[in-house]
Design a protein around this ligand. Structure first.
Ligand code: GLN
Length: 494
């Protein structure tokens, strides 16, 4: 029999609906693949084979009874451990939430279950989604399934959605959820040769997602190809009165609207993204992307986004500021860990719990955030950063007066070796140089696989669209995907 784990989301859905195999067979195949690979990859913090099997049994029973099937019926997925899942431990990969079992389900995960998907487990991530390599998790590093040619060194799967990217690339899940605050769907997708889209801010409800930086956080799908992303995003998106920043707009039929005919489309190439010393393989893949989009009928226009160079410092003020406020709730009273030294008072309990519960990167962000929000420095840092954020958004407004979509590399390099950047936070933050501007402006953006670099590691191309124009981003992504013909897979060493 064919290996069902070779199938992506659309193929599984269609095969289950058409009776080629049962949802229970699919769930069984993926559960077995997870059990086999996870000791090596550490992509999951907890596995939930029974959740996947129960969802599959419901789908098989519905089909037998002739009832209509949901758009994700029979598809087993991985859930980033930032989404609250009722009755299943939710940790944000932090010791401070270890043992926390939410009594409620996040809106996005509930929508996915309602669409007929099942959960294989909770995926590892950078602690509180802070990081670019999945090395800040309290539950250990995720190991990328990819290795450079002729090497055995362990590579980063990207971050923060590193469990998601590793699991999709290793084909132990059909697709996965991610979240993206400054690049956490797109950079890990690029590092592992998969597709991922961050929709317009507000498309997916944030309700029940552990908050990092609320004005930036967005959920989105990570999957093997653009079509699977479009189908899954349709199931995840939609207005939610429980999230005050949720967009009250209908969800377009993105998958039905997919086309790689880009005639009449204008693609902007921002000259400021040609950073000094840009990696030669990355530059070459960017040129390939330009040629593919032209081949699909688009015209290419040189554009300027002059405030891009301030995007990283702006992000690394705003994101920690919001994080320091959001993470104030982890005080040992309400959730997870409580460290109560003998004869301690309330303040001592707060301090002991937070000292023991948060990892080093999380503490660094809380300290930076508290500093930039403090009375003496608020105007110099936080207010200033908010003003620059507006200028960055205006750059995009002006560019989208001229072009329909913007093409850049997703990340400045292919996946690096674990440990290579973990001692130097600034070096790590530079990973986000191409992804952060779209986050600050709230725009939809996606990464699609573009090829391999000279050492055999995947590179991604990054498409940024107008607010609400996920369709334009997906279509340009599809045009690249079809022309790149990316079929490489990591060799199986686990
Ligand atoms: N790498 C970025 C950071 O560490 C982005 C993380 C994210 O998008 N969650 O903040």
């Amino acid at each position: 029999m064919r290996d069902l784990t070779d199938l992506g989301l659309a193929a599984i859905r269609d095969g289950v609906a058409g009776g080629d195999f049962t949802a229970t067979e699919v769930a069984g195949a993926f559960n077995a693949a997870v059990a086999e690979a996870n000791p090596a990859l550490n992509a999951f913090i907890v596995t939930t084979p029974d959740h996947a099997l129960a969802a599959a049994a419901r789908v098989d029973a519905a089909r037998a009874a002739g009832q209509p099937l949901g758009p994700l019926a029979g598809v087993p997925i991985g859930m980033k451990d930032l989404f609250a899942t009722q009755g299943v431990q939710t940790t944000a990969a932090s010791h401070i939430l270890e043992g926390f079992i939410p009594p409620y389900e996040s809106t996005v995960s509930q929508k996915l279950w309602d669409a007929g998907a099942g959960m294989l487990g909770k995926l590892n991530l950078d602690q509180f989604a802070m990081g670019s390599s999945n090395e800040t998790s309290a539950f250990g590093n995720v190991i990328s399934p990819w290795r450079a040619e002729g090497e055995t060194a362990m590579r980063a799967p990207g971050g923060s959605s590193g469990g998601s990217s590793a699991a999709v690339a290793a084909r132990i899940v059909a697709a996965a959820t991610g979240t993206d605050t400054g690049g956490s769907i797109r950079q890990p997708a690029a590092f592992t040769g998969i597709a991922g889209i961050k929709p317009t801010y507000g498309r997916c409800s944030r309700w029940g997602i552990v908050a990092f930086a609320s004005s930036l956080d967005q959920a989105g799908p990570m999957a093997r190809d653009v079509t699977d992303c479009a189908i899954m995003l349709e199931a995840m998106a939609g207005f939610d009165p429980k999230d005050s920043t949720s967009l009250d707009l209908p969800v377009p039929a993105w998958s039905a609207g997919l086309t790689d005919d880009l005639r009449g489309l204008k693609v902007g190439i921002p000259r400021e993204y040609r950073i000094d010393g840009l990696n030669a393989d990355v530059a070459k893949s960017w040129d390939d992307g330009i040629a593919w989009l032209k081949d699909a009928g688009a015209s290419v226009v040189d554009i300027s986004l002059p405030h891009t160079r301030y995007a990283l410092p702006t992000y690394y003020i705003i994101a920690p500021a919001e994080a320091s406020s959001n993470l104030a709730r982890y005080d040992g009273v309400r959730y997870g860990l409580r460290d109560l030294p003998d004869h301690a008072g309330l303040q001592d309990m707060y301090a002991a719990t937070r000292a023991a519960g948060f990892g080093a990167e999380v503490k660094r962000r809380i300290m930076i955030g508290t500093y930039v929000l403090s009375a003496g420095f608020y105007d110099a840092y936080y207010t200033q950063a908010q003003k620059v954020r507006t200028l960055i958004a205006r750059d995009f407004d002006a560019a989208f007066g001229e072009v329909d979509v913007i093409l850049t590399p997703t990340a400045p390099s292919a996946a690096f070796v674990l440990g290579q950047k973990s001692d130097d936070p600034l070096e790590m933050y530079l990973n986000d140089v191409f992804s952060v501007p779209a986050s600050l402006a709230g725009l939809p953006a996606m990464s699609v696989p573009a090829g391999l670099d000279r050492s055999g590691l995947p590179l991604g191309l990054h498409l940024i669209g107008r607010a609400f124009d996920e369709q334009g981003v997906l279509n340009a992504g599809l045009a690249i995907e079809r022309r790149a013909g990316f079929a490489a897979r990591p060799g199986r060493w686990w």
